[in-house]
Design a protein. Sequence first.
Length: 512
Amino acid sequence: MKSVQPLLMLLFLAASVPTVPKVAAAEAKRPNILFIFADDQSYKTVGCYPESWSWVKTPHIDRLAATGVRFHAAYLGAWCMPSRATMLTGRHPHGIETMRMAGKYPASAYDSAVCRFWPAEFRQQGYHTAQIGKWHTGVDAGWGRDWDYQVVWNRPKHPENAGAYYERQLLAINGEEQWAEGYPADNYSQWAVDYVRGKNRAAGKPWFLWLCYGSIHGPSKPAARHKGMYANAEVPVPKDLFPPRPGKPDYLNATQAWTRDADGTPIAGKSGETFGDESGKKRQTFAGFVRQMNECVPAIDEGVGRLVEALKETGQLENTLIVYSADQGFGMGEHGFRTKLGPYDATYRSPLIISQPGLTPAGTVCAQPVNGPDLFATFAALAGVTIPWRTHGRDLTPLLRNPAAPWPYPCLYQFTGEHFGANVAKIVNSEPGAAVYHDVPWYVAVVQDGWKLIHYLKPGVGDELYDLGNDPEELTNRIGLPMSAARVATLRAAVKTELARTEAGFGLTNGD
C-alpha cells in the first residue's frame, strides 16, 4: 500500500473511465440521485432548522432547503451501523437478517446472499452507482456487486484506522487500497464533484451517489480554516443537562455524561464512546464541545455548495434529486446525553432536506415524521426500480409534491443495540433483561399527530409520552396523566400495527 496526496489520487481515479464533458438533463429521463449523508449531525447544527443556535452558518445547505422541502422530523437510525443497514436494505433493523458485529469493533459482517443491498438492483436496472466515504456495514463493502465506483473508508475492515475521522485514511478505490492524506471531508467532496462532472462513471446512464461524510463524528476536529469560527458564540445550557429529570427513566443517570467543574461550569465527564471521545478525556466545557462540533459542519456545507454548482455547470441540476441528511442526531447535553442511542429527538432526529426542480415546492416544510425505510422507498419509486424483497417504507413522493398532503401513517423507529433480524425477537421474547446496549434499554417508538410514545423492550422501564407540539424538548412525560389515556391507547395500537406489518416477531412487553 502506498501513500498518495489527494491530487495524485484524483489523477489515478480519472484514468480508467473517460470524462463526460457535459451531461444534459434530457439524456436521462430517470433522475440522478445525490444522497449526502453526514455523521452524528444534529438538526440543531443546520441553520435552516429553527431549533439551531442563532450563530450557526450553513448557507449552502440552507439554500438547498430554500429550493426544496425541509422535513421537520426524520428518524433514520439510532446509531451509525443500524442507520446505514436500514438505508441499504429498506428495512428496520429487526428485519435485516445476518447483519452482525463480528470481531474487534467496528468489525461487522453479513451474508450477501441473504442480506442484499438495493444499489445492486439499481445497477441491474440501468443506474450507475457510486459510494464515497465512510462505511460501517460489514467488512464486505460491495464494490463490483452493489457499486460501480467506490472510494470507501472501510472501518469494519480496518479497525486500526477506524478512528481516523479527521486524519490520514486507508481507503479502497474500486477494491485497491490506498492511503489518503488531507482533510477527509474535503477529499470526499472533491471526489464527489469529479463524479458529478463525469469522471469514473458511464455516460448516458442515470446515476446514484451516496456521499458519506465522517464529520461531524467525534473527535470533531474542524478544518484548520474553520477552527475557532464560533469561539465567542453563546451556548445556552439545556434545561435537563443535570438531574433531577422528573418522569424520566432511571437509566438516564447511568448515561449521564456531564459534570461540573469547581466553579460550576458544565464539563464533559466520563468517556462515553468507543472512538473519538476526546471531550471526556480532556474534560472539555459544554460550550466548547458544542462549538467544536458545529465548527465541523462548514466543510460539509462548502462541499454541498460545490456539488450544486457542479450540477448546474453540467446541466444536470433539473434532473437530480438532492437529499441531505445524517445517520442520526447527537445529544448535546439534552437529557444528560453526549452521544446518540437515546429515543429523544435530540439524540435520534436527523436533518432531512430534499430538493429537485419541478418536483419539490421551494422553501417548504413538511411536518410529517418519516423514517429511514421511507427514504429508500422514495428513491426506488422515483427511479422506477423494482426491489425483489419486501421493504418497510412508504414512498414520500406525495409529500415531496405537496408537503401538506394527507399522511395518515405512524412513523416507527427503534433501537435494538447491535442486534439485527431474528436475533432481536429472540432476545425480546426469551431474554428481555438483556435488551440493553451502552446503558440504554432497547425501545420502539412511534410518532403521529404531534405525539410520541416510547416503549422500552427491557422489562421494568416505563413508557414515555410526549406532546411534541407543546413540549418539543421532551421535558414532561405525560404517560400517567388521566387525560393522556386515549392518546396512549392510540399510539400503542399504532406501534403494534407497525411491528406486525414489518414482521418484527415481537410485540409490546408488559403482557401487551
